[in-house]
Design a protein around this ligand. Structure first.
Ligand code: PHE
Length: 461
């Protein structure tokens, strides 16, 4: 183990740096806020019975997700390379083992898999911009809206087209090297999304079922918690914060040395959580006031319910397209972060240009994406594990790969790295925040992940 302070004659990033702490916060917020908050959180929370799930989710976000985000950023900044090389390098430096690089490998693979379906769903949001513009929501019934979604996802051609377009845009931005320029755009896109959601909240408040919606979301009914729903809550915490697979680690590699990792992480985690909770407060009352069942709505939830609001509220013709457009943009900044570990790795490993790396990585992801496109039509009857192919990929990545990656990351930062190294990065040698972080990273986060895993396979029954 090397002494942390001398072990780094400070390394430098091969891909440049964020220009300020603020751009870094924007970049990580852009990575974190996406479909996970607005599309996934409400349907997963609904599926798992609401209140108790939300409580476990919040505990996981702050007790596990936050210390892991800090660990990822500090590891990334210390290594200053792509996640695979960084884990190899620090593994060697701190423990003499390059095998830690495997954590980076799993992360890169996780990124491929997540992005493959993420692009399909993001494609649907783009399709919904067009639908909203064409007035397809005006006065539509829940059944009609459900049919509209089925029409889109049931068609290989349509769903495939939007997936192609979304991947094309993502790859082009990364290839052109303008993706960093996007971070500024987050300054108004995310607030604009929040404003539309607040307008939708106004609609929900007057829907007649606002109280019932809040009750569903916040009133814990612990009898609804199963081992698998606790696992889903933990998986969702990892997914929504983008931790456990190296995205945040890759971004940390470009972080200037003087920026506070603790404050940055707290800001990002709080914003991400607030947006997810807001999405839930908007959606559950709308579901209930339309006589729908939140536990049965499934992954099509927002596409079937939010248009009900846009179709009846004043200004819906404007807010509808704008909402799906902004959601698509939020998805784009997340998609870029999903590619970053792989792209940075390909550039460093094979010394090819960023453009070629983006096209290579993007092509693999694009092809993989057809597993998801087809899982709602041609292959919808094909089930062998969690359900459709989409459900399998989602479960494997969010519920297994991310928590496992996070477990290794937190064990590495908490136990393998020497105290000097981590204290040096967190710049808090004996301060209380450092001690809290270390306690969470060493004990709480690893123990929680292990217990939730064991519980989900029925060890404690
Ligand atoms: N956090 C993103 C979202 O909520 C998804 C994501 C997961 C992005 C993992 C990067 C890494 O939409």
């Amino acid at each position: 183990m090397t002494d942390g302070t001398s072990g780094g004659e400070r390394r430098t990033s091969l891909h440049g740096f964020w220009s300020s702490r603020f751009t870094f916060i924007l970049a990580v917020t852009g990575a974190a806020v996406g479909l996970g908050n607005i599309w996934k959180f409400p349907y997963i929370a609904g599926q798992n019975g609401g209140g108790a799930f939300v409580l476990v989710y919040l505990l996981c976000v702050f007790g596990i997700g936050l210390p892991i985000m800090m660990s990822e950023i500090l590891i990334g900044r210390r290594g200053r390379r792509n996640p695979i090389a960084t884990m190899q390098l620090l593994g060697e430096e701190e423990s003499g083992s390059r095998a830690w690089g495997l954590v980076g490998v799993m992360g890169v693979m996780g990124g491929f898999l997540i992005l493959s379906y993420y692009s399909v769903i993001a494609g649907w949001t783009m399709a919904y911009v067009v639908k909203a513009l064409s007035g397809a929501f005006a006065g539509a019934s829940p059944e009609a809206l459900s049919d509209q979604l089925d029409g889109l996802r049931g068609s290989v051609l349509q769903s495939g087209f939007w997936h192609t377009l979304f991947m094309g845009i993502t790859v082009s931005l990364v290839a052109l090297g303008v993706e960093r320029g996007l971070e500024r755009a987050v300054t108004f896109m995310v607030p604009a999304l929040v404003v539309i959601m607040l307008i939708l909240l106004g609609y929900s408040v007057t829907s007649g079922q606002f109280g019932a919606g809040l009750e569903f979301m916040f009133q814990p009914d612990f009898s609804r918690l199963t081992g698998d729903s606790i696992l889903a809550a933990m998986g969702q915490a990892f997914f929504t914060l983008s931790v456990g697979m190296g995205s945040v680690m890759a971004y940390g590699a470009y972080l200037p040395q003087e920026t506070s990792i603790t404050r940055t992480s707290i800001a990002v985690v709080s914003a991400d959580t607030a947006i997810a909770i807001l999405a839930g407060m908007v959606i559950f009352p709308i579901i209930l006031s339309n006589g729908l069942d939140p536990t049965q709505a499934g992954m099509g939830l927002i596409f079937k319910t939010l248009p009900l609001a846009f179709g009846t509220m004043t200004g819906g013709v404007v807010f509808g397209p704008l909402f799906f457009l902004l959601l698509g943009f939020a998805a784009l900044t997340s998609a870029i972060s999903l590619m970053e570990p792989a792209v940075a790795w390909v550039v460093e490993r094979w010394h090819i240009s960023r453009a070629s790396a983006a096209i290579t990585v993007g092509s693999v992801v694009y092809i993989l994406g057809f597993a998801t496109v087809l899982s709602f039509n041609v292959l919808s009857g094909f089930t062998f594990w969690q359900g459709t192919l989409f459900a399998d990929i989602d479960y494997l990545t969010a519920n297994i790969m991310l928590p496992l990656g996070g477990l290794f990351i937190t064990v590495f930062a908490g136990w393998v790295m020497c105290r000097n190294s981590t204290a040096d990065e967190l710049d808090e040698h004996a301060g209380p925040t450092y001690r809290i972080w270390r306690f969470l990273a060493q004990y709480i986060a690893p123990a929680a992940v292990v217990v939730v895993f064991l519980n989900s396979i029925g060890v404690f029954d």
